[in-house]
Write a protein that binds this ligand. Structure first.
Ligand code: CIR
Length: 258
């Protein structure tokens, strides 16, 4: 079974408060209706790929709570509740915990440091944990220990400075292949993988999402989509509004194989 085969996912409906979502650079607030449309198309794309998606109710207290990926890691039979590094997002971990307890036999909890799920890339060779402005060294170490409890190998790495999350700059295309930006590929973390580089100017397209037989990519980067379409079934989705609050495709779901 491959790490990109999924039959279950959790997503969370956007709240009107999403217009206040965190962003590194303010290019204007996203439109709520636009985020709702992008989110709905994303959930549909997961369903079309064969994934049963549970959409949780919106949480107005947490503008960024539709980005459920940052709150937990999900595997067959086990989940790990994380501790997001942005103070306004910490409570999202508490909200996701009972939901995970309904679906998983084992639910472990990170109790030291901070880790955002966006900094965690699951591959067949290990689970890369990028230290970043959101994910601390002690959080990464504590996560390695939790992953070991469920028989998984955590590998601490570094998210490039100025990049929000490790997966802002990379994604798994198949068991041997990583899509990455040049700045991330320049580190040696992907030694042993085939690395496909996104074209110059398409850095944000590196946050793609392999789901079963297809790769979801942002429709804002047709050169990347065309390049990937030579080897993969590509589904292009709008990320125009969520990109205004530094989000892409991986962050809007938690995925696993039940
Ligand atoms: C944040 O800054 O936390 C949100 N505005 C965006 C989170 C995106 N998450 C992800 O890529 N995993």
């Amino acid at each position: 079974m491959s790490v990109h085969e999924f039959d279950r996912a959790l997503a969370r409906a956007p709240s009107p408060s999403v217009v206040d979502g965190l962003r590194a650079v303010d290019v204007g607030a996203p439109s709520f209706d636009g985020v709702v449309r992008e989110h709905a198309a994303y959930v549909q794309a997961l369903e079309a790929a064969g994934v049963a998606v549970e959409v949780l109710p919106a949480l107005s207290t947490y503008p960024d709570s539709l980005f459920v990926e940052d709150t937990a890691l999900t595997f067959t039979g086990a989940a790990v509740v994380l501790w997001p590094g942005a103070p306004t997002r910490a409570g999202e971990a508490r909200e996701i915990t009972p939901v995970l307890e309904r679906s998983f036999d084992r639910v472990l909890r990170l109790t030291q440091g901070f880790v955002d799920g966006g900094d965690v890339l699951t591959t067949p060779r290990g689970i890369f944990i990028g230290q970043s402005a959101r994910t601390t060294a002690d959080g990464a170490r504590a996560l390695v220990a939790l992953l070991a409890e469920i028989g998984l190998l955590g590998v601490p790495v570094t998210t490039p400075r100025g990049v929000l999350h490790l997966k802002s700059d990379c994604s798994l295309l198949d068991d041997e292949t990583i899509l990455a930006t040049r700045r991330l590929a320049a580190s040696d973390m992907f030694d042993g993988f085939r690395v496909v580089l996104v074209p110059h100017g398409d850095e944000a397209a590196a946050n793609a999402l392999r789901v079963n037989d297809r790769v979801l990519v942002s429709d804002a980067y047709p050169r990347t989509a065309e390049m990937l379409a030579k080897s993969y079934k590509v589904v292009a989705l709008s990320t125009r509004e969520v990109a205004k609050i530094d989000a892409g495709l991986s962050c809007m779901s938690l995925r696993w194989r039940a």
